[in-house]
Design a protein around this ligand. Structure first.
Ligand SMILES: [Zn+2]
Length: 433
């Protein structure tokens, strides 16, 4: 049974926008992309479904912690990062397996309601893997190593992580060595080895705060105090430092490469960014979380101008107002503009970061599992956004000549997009129209 999904505008992302476009879906696969008229003629037997607005590939969230969905009150706590992290540790200790699963289930639902179908998901409690598997959401579940020194790693934490990484069934696994200040250098390097030996992807948090930079450079500051307070033996960095930036440090651990993408990348120098590009390491940008945690602002304009691979991430509900990736894209665009990015390709590049950029970050750019695009052979993961104009044009930028009349479709999506349907593997999993 073929279904032809049509919309006034289709954004395939790997080819130009199609007015009065459509895709043809056979079971769980897209088999054709084109104009509605051409595809109706080519597939007269297909059942036709006409959607309003803009049809896009499912959005790809490049950095999230779905399991913390029920920690949303922490996002309004007003605490800066080091104190916020303390609160997280205390709250986590009160959660049971059932609470983790329920929180994750609600978070996954929040993605599907807002058009996201693939996620780079940091998993700290492997018990949530079954909830992720049941949802059918795509992406990579990165099993996280956090709050571990060499002793606790050897005493059981390593075996726990390896067990979760090697577990059968469920989502594709990766490895997330959390940060230079929450695991020892030895644990970090072992995580890299564990991932490389298995052909798994890596996804650490890097260069999120000035306190992190201080800790890696000189071994001092609030994160040095935290490590001592948590009783972690980080003696090779504590009170000595490494003289490096966090990016240089992660590279010296062998972590950076095209099988790795980092979260945040805020406090990065020009040479840090050049190193990331040289390694083929993408950066997941999470500007709303950064603002809430007073972490700073990533150099979005510089990343765009320099051609760095970027994705869009919401981070967790504990530090983000929503898991809606289009909300995040809107905020990211505003930051790029405020930083002086003036080229008229900004809207397209932001939507690319939320689709194709996410695919690069997750290593899902080839084969039958590739995401973030609509082309024959891909899984039928897509979203439909209504774009009814809600009054004043929010972008404040004149429409470019080519797009005049219809308006830049990418800009319309960011300015006015509201998800009205989400389809996962050919099955409608959310709809409001
Ligand atoms: Zn994070």
């Amino acid at each position: 049974m073929l279904t032809l999904h049509a919309a006034p505008l289709v954004l395939p992302m790997t080819s130009a926008p199609i007015a009065d476009g459509a895709i043809v879906v056979d079971n769980d696969r897209v088999i054709a992309v084109g104009t509605r008229a051409d595809l109706v003629a080519a597939h007269p037997e297909a059942r036709v479904r006409d959607w309003p607005g803009i049809l896009t590939p499912g959005l790809v969230n490049s950095h999230a912690h779905t399991q913390y969905y029920d920690f949303a009150d922490l996002a309004t706590s007003g605490l800066p990062f080091p104190e916020w992290l303390h609160q997280m540790v205390e709250r986590r200790a009160t959660f049971t397996d059932a609470m983790w699963q329920e929180s994750t289930r609600r978070g996954l639902h929040a993605y599907l309601k807002t058009g996201t179908t693939a996620v780079a998901d940091i998993v700290t409690e492997p018990v949530v893997l079954s909830a992720i598997a049941r949802s059918g959401i795509r992406g990579v579940a990165y099993i996280e190593a956090v709050f571990a020194d060499d002793a606790s790693w050897a005493a059981g934490k390593r075996a726990e992580l390896v067990g979760a990484v090697d577990g059968a069934g469920g989502p594709t696994r990766g490895v997330s060595p959390h940060t230079p200040f929450t695991i020892s250098t030895g644990v970090y390097e072992d995580c890299v080895t564990i991932a490389h030996e298995r052909g798994k992807r890596l996804h650490p948090h890097i260069a999120e705060t000035t306190q992190e930079s201080e800790y890696v450079l000189t071994g001092t500051g609030p994160f040095a105090d935290n490590a001592k307070q948590f009783g972690l033996d980080f003696s090779d960095i504590l009170d000595r430092g490494t003289g490096m930036t966090p990016v240089e440090w992660a590279d010296a651990r062998g972590a950076l490469g095209d099988d790795c993408h980092i979260a945040h990348g805020i406090h990065v120098s020009e040479s840090d960014r050049a190193l990331l590009r040289e390694r083929g390491t993408a950066v997941a940008l999470c500007v709303r979380s950064n603002r809430i945690l007073e972490a700073g602002e990533p150099p979005v304009a510089a990343y765009l101008e320099e051609g760095s691979p970027i994705g869009v991430g919401t981070d967790s509900a504990a530090s983000s107002p929503s898991l809606d990736l289009l909300d995040e894209a809107r905020a990211l665009r505003a930051v790029a503009r405020a930083q002086g990015y003036a080229a008229d390709d900004l809207d397209r590049r932001i939507v690319e970061a939320a689709t194709l950029g996410g695919a690069v970050a997750l290593g899902l750019t080839e084969g039958p599992d590739r995401v973030g695009r609509l082309e024959p052979g891909v899984r039928a993961d897509f979203a439909v956004f209504s774009v009814e104009q809600s009054g004043v044009e929010e972008s404040g930028v004149e429409e470019s000549g080519v797009e005049k009349g219809h308006g830049d479709p990418y800009r319309r999506l960011i300015d006015h997009g509201t998800c009205v349907a989400t389809v996962l593997g050919g099955t409608i999993v959310h709809r409001t129209v």
